[in-house]
Design a protein around this ligand. Structure first.
Ligand SMILES: NC(=O)c1ccc[n+]([C@@H]2O[C@H](COP(=O)([O-])OP(=O)(O)OC[C@H]3O[C@@H](n4cnc5c(N)ncnc54)[C@H](O)[C@@H]3O)[C@@H](O)[C@H]2O)c1
Length: 404
């Protein structure tokens, strides 16, 4: 899809502040290069989801309203509505940031989330509160497993794209409750694709994972075979990727699969180590550490991931993109040290055996996202750790009650 611009389109900067529009109304791309603005067509047409122009509603020949004194008042010209983007899992960590950035650029967002209690829902509510009341945002509490409910949503709204970020996302928990991973991650994806093909929605962005690369040579590149997932979570994501391919082939749905690499940042997931470790170090609670801390991750800051997800809304056919730091990975021990330094406190480590569904290392090759999407991360992981700790310190009052 082409990404429409609002008249005062501002893209958020990495620290949440808005970057003012340049004099010739160009949007900064993720790598700082200017993306030329879409020029308004002479007859004010908006691109529709399938690239066809939607004609502006012409004023009717006698469309003048009589004023109270009988004088004709010229009719207000109709402004065609910008079609909304459906963002699933919108109360989630990554989807909430993505929705925020879409709204910043003037794109309306319909967000759906089932608000499940896999982790403390206070964090989901906090994220939703940041979006509530923003112009162009609509929240629907709902489940992507519920096909009739989705049907209704697709009937009522005209979507230019669907960003499917709703998921069961914990690797370890997927061994405890594998069924819910298949029903949400695989079947939920199928439900969305089915609604899209029925209602003519052409663009699908599917959130996938670096967990698929377990056992492969680093840095991970998209062309590697990923047919040996080591967790039900990864297997369910693979299922979603291939189902999206099928719908691309059969119905011409344009698909970008984005494989995220360990995403962290403010208002992150309380089941993930950055959130937990910061809280535990600050509170003097022992850190539950699986393995000896030498395992490493290609940490990626949430703002960069949200920008990459939006960049992936362009038409590509069917493509898979790694969205990761692209750096030499950072060990968990190094991350802990960074948190200790900023908090001015020492951690107490409670070491547990390395978990068999975990990966020792992740490292993304991001050349494809750079060349096809013009995306690369802008926030260095250590700068991101600092922002994450700062967010925690500013929100400590309520975060202290969050179950981790
Ligand atoms: N955070 C990471 O490091 C990471 C890494 C790789 C991939 N991902 C993927 O990115 C996406 C977003 O992850 P996140 O970290 O923001 O997780 P998250 O758990 O914070 O967000 C997922 C959201 O989806 C919602 N949800 C779950 N099942 C649903 C259903 N059936 N119907 C409607 N809503 C439902 C949840 O309530 C939650 O708010 C997921 O697809 C995840 O698998 C995340």
């Amino acid at each position: 899809m082409s990404i429409p611009q609002s008249p005062n389109s501002q893209l958020p900067s990495s620290d949440g502040g808005a970057i003012p529009p340049s004099p010739n109304s160009q949007l900064p791309s993720s790598d700082g290069e200017a993306i030329p603005a879409i020029p308004p067509s002479p007859n004010s047409q908006l691109p529709s989801s399938d690239g066809e122009a939607i004609p502006a509603i012409p004023p009717s020949p006698n469309s003048q309203l009589p004023s109270s004194d009988g004088e004709a008042i010229p009719a207000i010209p109709a402004i065609p509505a910008i079609p909304a983007v459906l963002v699933t899992g919108v109360a989630g960590f990554i989807a909430a940031k993505t929705a925020e950035f879409l709204l910043d650029t003037g794109i309306p967002v319909i967000g759906i989330d089932n608000f499940n209690d896999y982790y403390d829902v206070r964090v989901k509510q906090y994220r939703l509160d940041q979006l509530a009341g923003r112009e162009g945002f609509t929240f629907i509490e709902g489940d992507i497993e519920d096909l009739p409910a989705l049907e209704q949503i697709f009937k009522e709204h005209n979507f230019s794209a669907v960003l499917n970020l709703a998921a069961r996302a914990g690797v370890r928990y997927s061994m405890e409750n594998p069924h819910i991973y298949m029903t949400t991650n695989a079947h939920g994806t199928l439900n969305l694709l089915e609604c899209m093909q029925k209602h003519g929605v052409k663009k699908f962005v599917a959130a996938s994972t670096s967990s698929l690369y377990a056992g492969q040579e680093m840095p991970f590149v998209e062309t590697l075979p990923v047919n040996t997932p080591i967790s039900p979570y990864a297997a369910s994501k693979k299922a979603a990727e291939v189902m999206a391919y099928t719908y691309h082939k059969l119905y011409g749905i344009d698909v970008s699969v984005v494989r995220y690499f360990t995403v962290f940042g403010p208002a992150g997931r309380p089941d993930m180590s950055p959130f937990r470790f910061i809280k535990w170090i600050d509170e003097g609670t022992p850190i539950t550490l699986y393995g000896d801390g030498s395992q490493s991750r290609d940490f990626t800051y949430v703002d960069d991931i949200a920008r990459g997800t939006i960049a992936a809304m362009q038409d590509v056919g069917y493509e898979i993109f790694n969205l990761g730091g692209g750096n030499n990975p950072i060990t968990i021990t190094e991350m802990i040290k960074a948190f200790e330094k900023q908090l001015g406190k020492k951690s107490i480590i409670d070491q547990k055996p390395f978990h068999k569904a975990d990966m020792m290392e992740t490292w993304a090759n991001i050349d494809k996202a750079k060349s096809l999407l013009g995306w690369k991360p802008q926030i260095d992981p250590y700068e991101g750790f600092e922002k994450t700790v700062n967010w925690y310190l500013a929100n400590r009052e309520w975060v202290k009650d969050v179950n981790v």
